[in-house]
Design a protein around this ligand. Structure first.
Ligand code: TYD
Length: 136
């Protein structure tokens, strides 16, 4: 599925007992969830990411706190502030990403469309740019 990077609002069940949000594959996000991981205890000033994936699509939610996700599709860079647990950022394959400005106690949930495969990473920015130029 060729979707663009975008913020997706999630269902929100407001309740005096506490609120609830939900993510269903193919309904709220455009892929099947093969893997979940989360990033926590990020020291102040640290930057995560710094890579692209060849095939993997991701959906990123700030379950707690806030952070910025910077996406670079080879043409332009966009910064997305994630700071609520009822929306997230869909990141298609082939997009360079960095995550920074993590607040204290922030918790980033990342859902992925693939099983972990170190070979799916592009960790060299020049290689990323070259691949993007090839495809044009
Ligand atoms: P990495 O994806 O580079 O982290 P980030 O993009 O957030 O900076 O992963 C960091 C380490 O964790 C790396 O050694 C690989 C390992 N890892 C797994 O083993 N399985 C996974 O699903 C993920 C996402 C990472």
């Amino acid at each position: 599925m060729k979707e663009k990077q975008t913020i997706i609002q999630l269902p929100k069940f407001l309740d005096a007992r506490g609120n609830l949000s939900v993510i269903e594959e193919f309904k709220d996000i455009p892929f099947q969830i093969q893997r979940s991981h989360w990033i926590y205890d990020v020291p102040g000033g640290e930057v995560r990411g710094g890579h692209a994936y060849k095939k993997t699509e991701e959906f990123i939610v700030a379950l707690s706190g806030s952070f910025d996700v910077i996406l670079d599709d080879g043409k332009e860079c966009k910064t997305f502030l994630l700071n609520r647990s009822y929306y997230g950022l869909y990141v298609p394959a082939g997009v360079w990403r960095e995550m920074e400005n993590f607040s204290t106690n922030s918790l980033a949930l990342v859902l992925s469309s693939t099983k972990y495969d170190a070979n799916d990473y592009i960790r060299d920015y020049e290689e990323f740019k070259a691949l993007k130029n090839e495809k044009e």
